[in-house]
Write a protein that binds this ligand. Structure first.
Ligand code: NAD
Ligand code: DAU
Length: 353
């Protein structure tokens, strides 16, 4: 079996669902169920005996030891993290706790388990760390995209905590010889994306008749990848990636934020027109994010060349599917917007005109 951390979050749940749909191998899904973890993402595999869900914290090394000993995973895929940049600005402590200390705790438990393996199981074991392009910092309009050798220059508490975790993972290979793999991926979008992030926030606010908040001038650039394409990249790296290597994952799809917001409005105007006017009328430019990175872009040639991976979706097809998914899943949206979500919206968006 494989052991997945953070499998109730956005990317983790997409990964678990596609794994179980394509593969006859069990998944132990280990997740703390923070505000971002949602078992509703996994309802379709609730009764699947190949999906074992355990609620727990990656900082709990003892629990991890016990689970590894009992279930003997052949690989650990580490998605669990605090993932939202704006939350890391309001409260960085949780990011250091989970992303740095939690990754350390997971590495320690994995190292003890891996040390106890023998022969082929030891040689074939993999620890795959899911990371982000944000560790490389920010690009100007003229800079070439990030490669695997771009120097780390993280700018937010989130990206700094992810960079720290990447360094720990790297060190466990260099020092102990642990067979680790790291992926650094660009911005994902798709189903089950928590509506604190740009794309689902714009879709859900637009439909609710609310303002569509664009930070600053909206000319910041992100390189968007449909989430299931990220999942196929991770599978490919797990299958054939060289231990100790890092792989950048991206869709060669740079867009300004304003252009993304316009495209979403246009799709909604087509799929669910308003009684009068366009969704674009709801766009509001608000105060910029402190330390806002201007541009991210991924050079994905290494994973394409070495592992033959390519994205299946274009931004056009992926965004249309995403908007349609939110139109079709009102119950999921209203469930995640209950509870503490509105407190976050108040904290982040009030008095930001
Ligand atoms: P998410 O916030 O949607 O999900 C994170 C999951 O981790 C949640 O289910 C949460 O309950 C769980 N979790 C948090 N703290 C935990 C802990 N201490 N112990 C166990 N579980 C815990 O995040 P996401 O967007 O799905 O991102 C997943 C991973 O991919 C993260 O490591 C993130 O840095 C990375 N990543 C994300 C993107 C993106 O665009 N979303 C892009 C590149 C890389
Ligand atoms: O690049 C990969 C990263 O992408 C991941 O590592 C992070 O986990 C993920 O959250 C994402 O980070 P970003 O900060 O790029 O994503 P977010 O959706 O928060 O913002 C995308 C862009 O949109 C960014 O330039 C900020 C802007 N933005 C965001 C929000 C929430 C707005 O203009 N308005 C908003 O309300």
């Amino acid at each position: 079996m494989i052991f997945v951390t953070g499998g109730a979050g956005f990317i983790g749940s997409n990964f678990v669902l596609s794994w179980l749909a394509q593969q006859d191998e069990s998944v132990l899904n280990f997740d703390k169920l923070t505000y971002a973890g949602n078992l509703n993402n996994l309802v379709t595999v609730r009764d699947n005996p190949q999906h074992i869900f355990v609620q727990g914290d990656i900082c709990d090394t003892e629990l991890l030891h016990a689970l590894f000993a009992k279930h003997q995973p052949r690989a650990i895929l580490h998605f669990a993290a605090e993932s939202h940049v704006d939350r890391s600005i309001h409260g960085p402590a949780a990011f250091v706790t989970t992303n740095v200390n939690g990754t350390f705790s997971l590495l320690e438990a994995a190292r003890a388990y891996w040390n106890g393996l023998e022969g082929e199981s030891k040689a074939d074991f993999r620890f795959l760390h899911v990371s982000t392009d944000e560790v490389y910092g920010t690009l100007s309009a003229e800079d070439p995209p990030f490669t695997e050798t771009t120097a780390y220059a993280p700018n937010s508490p989130y990206s700094a905590s992810k960079a720290a975790s990447d360094h720990l993972v790297r060190a466990y290979h260099h020092t102990y010889g642990m067979p680790v793999l790291t992926t650094n991926c660009s911005n994902n979008y798709g189903a089950y994306h928590f509506p604190e992030k740009l794309i689902p926030l714009i879709i859900t606010n637009a439909r609710a008749g609310k303002d569509l908040p664009v930070y600053g001038d909206g000319q910041q650039v992100r390189d968007w990848l449909f989430v299931t394409d990220h999942c196929t990249a991770i599978r490919r790296v797990l299958e054939a990636g060289r231990p100790g290597e890092t792989y950048n994952v991206g869709g060669w799809n740079e867009q300004t934020n304003l252009s993304v917001v316009h495209t979403i409005c246009d799709l909604l105007d087509e799929l669910q027109p308003k009684a009068a006017g366009s969704y674009r009328d709801q766009i509001r430019h608000i105060k910029d994010r402190p330390g806002h990175d201007r541009r991210y872009a991924i050079d994905a040639r290494k994973i394409e060349r070495e592992l033959g991976w390519k994205p299946a979706e274009t931004f056009e097809t992926g965004l249309r599917k995403t908007v349609q998914w939110y139109l079709d899943n009102d119950a999921w949206v209203s469930d995640v917007q209950s509870g503490d979500y509105m407190k976050w919206v108040d904290l982040q968006y009030s008095n930001k005109e």
